[in-house]
Design a binder for this molecule. Sequence first.
Ligand SMILES: Nc1ncnc2c1ncn2[C@@H]1O[C@H](COP(=O)(O)OP(=O)(O)OP(=O)(O)O)[C@@H](O)[C@H]1O
Ligand SMILES: [Mg+2]
Length: 256
Amino acid sequence: MLTIENVTKSFGGLSAVCGVSLQLGKTPITGLVGPNGSGKTTLFHMITGFYSVDKGRVFLEDREITNLKPHLISRMGLLRTFQHTRVLPFLSTLENLIAAAPLQRGESLVQLFLRPGAVRKDERKNAQKAREVLDTIKLQPLAGELAGRLSYGQQRLLELGRILMADPRVIMLDEPTAGINPSLVRDLVRVIRGLTGVGIQVFLIEHNMPLVMELCDRVLVMDAGGLIFEGSPHEAVKDKAVIEAYLGKARDASKS
Ligand SMILES: Nc1ncnc2c1ncn2[C@@H]1O[C@H](COP(=O)(O)OP(=O)(O)OP(=O)(O)O)[C@@H](O)[C@H]1O
Ligand SMILES: [Mg+2]
């Protein structure tokens, strides 16, 4: 589904991602792990068009998406969340979902005047879809609550809901469980598993190794901008290069 060939990104003299190639294939849930600063988020930004790619190519199925604008990539079915949550705090939970529906005809004045019936039909469809998504992310009791008043973990679930409004084929989640309480982590795990059941492929960055072992079918490990391991999560935690990458960071941290 998603294929990356030899992708590279530098910031000034710093090589953040260096010649990374990978394929998600048909794996339902792929995890991306690695020490802080190893280039995980930069890789996600490049795949989804938020950072330009210096060198290399990105494909979604057989279509090249290298350096396309983010909204074009999301329209093709590749959606992502961010390391820092982005919801609209002054809209309700339900309104946040409705506002995330792609290509709303009601936003075009011309359409509104010429085809009011079509606009109303779209709105009904989006509201119905938002209710379904609300059900998926298990936030029905909070439908009318302002998003800014939800807990951090609930906002992360809502953020996931917002990308589900676009009927994604592949979703990329940057540290979806960071900073959320254990019971919401369980909810999130159930939601993510459920998504694979309806054919949505998941690619996620995650620091919590026990969770990666529980959730991911396959894991990729980055260190210093390069990919150092691909395989099962159980092999990853026994791999010498992976252990060394994490221990090296721990040693550096204890020295400074
Ligand atoms: N916009 C930018 N400008 C300059 N340097 C950047 C930029 N974005 C990332 N970097 C650098 O690129 C390297 C990789 O950063 P990145 O955020 O991709 O790491 P990460 O693996 O996601 O880390 P973490 O686990 O802490 O989120 C770091 O050294 C970071 O400082
Ligand atoms: Mg990151």
